[in-house]
Design a protein around this ligand. Structure first.
Ligand SMILES: C[S@@+](CC[C@H](N)C(=O)[O-])C[C@H]1O[C@@H](n2cnc3c(N)ncnc32)[C@H](O)[C@@H]1O
Length: 364
């Protein structure tokens, strides 16, 4: 016999607690994902043709013998969060039937690593690294107090993020690879969804372009476009050498090499209003007038643009608070528009074809 609370106040209390628990324990979803990446469970299932029982997964992942029985519990979280699926087993009682785990569109993004065009494991590994996660414990205090440094990341680690990437090679690789994996996926979609953005230009400089994943994708799709990357010297030092893309060490706050178009992907949301204006003023000096094809191509969120379902809205809101850790922000159209006009641009066009993100073409 099923017992349930017999008064609606009790039921509402339980519902409220459940809702609260969902948010309180949401970090366990992230930690389960982090474990799955660490154990390379997606690869193990992939090696079994996309569907594998627990014992087949166990034959491919390295587990301490005492932890074997816990893997099923981890898989239960990963299936309820849609990272993996399960195949119903025909016959046998529930107790003795072994579930078969399958890849979902989500876990297909976890197969392989840098070698795979779509692999998103490096970005997840970056976001879930303690260096990035730990500053958020200070978020409440940051709202209340004048901290010695207004940047939560700097407050926690004693250095800004780009100073830390300079000093810590492991963290630098984590950031470079993480962002490169995102660039590979999103720039590929941008090229397919909005090829006209890259047509009609003969040169492009990717400012803050990291190790060049976006520039390489553009150069491959549009071989007539001469692509270069401007980034800090310690990042450029790690860039690939056998590529058509030219890497230039420099500081975007000082000067930007000339090109028909400047790409800024996941860069401006790292900076406050005034810094964005400074960067865009330098971009304007680097490009020809609008009539000659000059433009800045931004890939970032435009809060409120794109699909308006709850998942997209929630992700934009979460990302805006996430990027607070380095004093960055996600912006709505009005906020972007103010930056563009202060930096001396005449017009812009938002192309909301990248899910939670958009392409913005900005014209001098
Ligand atoms: C969030 S990452 C984006 C990387 C790349 N655009 C992507 O999305 O894959 C920001 C990049 O800006 C670079 N950066 C930071 N300060 C810079 C500066 N003053 N001049 C040039 N690049 C800078 C960082 O080294 C880093 O590669």
């Amino acid at each position: 016999m099923e017992l349930s609370p017999n008064n609606s106040t009790d039921q509402s209390l339980l519902d409220a607690q459940l809702e609260l628990w969902h948010t309180t324990f949401a970090f366990m979803k992230s930690m389960a994902l982090k474990s799955a990446i660490h154990l390379r469970i997606a690869d193990a299932i992939h090696l079994h043709g996309g569907a594998a029982s627990l014992s087949q997964i166990l034959s491919k992942v390295h587990l301490h013998p005492s932890r074997v029985s816990s893997l099923r519990r981890l898989m239960r979280v990963l299936t309820t969060t849609n990272v993996f699926g399960t195949q119903p087993l025909g016959g046998g009682s529930d107790d003795d039937s072994e579930p078969v785990y399958t890849l979902t569109p989500v876990s297909r993004l976890l197969i392989g690593s840098q070698s795979s065009q779509l692999a998103q494991t490096p970005l997840a590994a970056m976001v879930l690294d303690p260096t990035i996660v730990s500053p958020f414990s200070e978020l409440g205090a940051w709202f209340q107090h004048e901290l010695p440094d207004p940047c939560i990341f700097k407050h926690t680690h004693g250095r800004g993020i780009w100073e830390l990437t300079k000093d810590d090679a492991t963290f630098d690789a984590l950031v470079n690879d993480g962002l490169a994996s995102d660039s590979q996926l999103i720039v590929d979609v941008a090229i397919k969804q909005s090829a006209e953005v890259f047509q009609g230009i003969s040169s492009l400089v990717d400012v803050g372009g990291g190790i060049g994943a976006a520039a390489q994708a553009i150069s491959k799709a549009f071989p007539h476009v001469k692509c270069s990357v401007l980034d800090l010297a310690h990042v450029v030092a790690k860039a690939p050498t056998h590529t058509d893309v030219q890497f230039i060490a420099g500081d975007m706050f000082e000067s930007i090499p000339p090109a028909d178009a400047v790409l800024l992907k996941s860069v401006l949301h790292d900076w406050d209003h005034d810094d964005c204006v400074k960067i865009l003023k330098n971009c304007k000096k680097a490009i020809p007038p609008r009539e000659a094809g000059g433009k800045v191509i931004i890939i970032n969120m435009v809060v409120g643009a794109g699909p308006s379902d709850m998942k997209h809205k929630e992700m934009q809101a979460i990302f805006d608070v996430y990027i607070m850790f380095i004093n960055g922000m996600e912006r709505d159209e009005q906020e972007w528009s103010k930056i563009f006009s202060e930096a001396g641009y005449s017009d812009y066009r938002i192309i909301p074809v990248l899910g939670v993100r958009s392409i913005i073409e900005v014209y001098p």
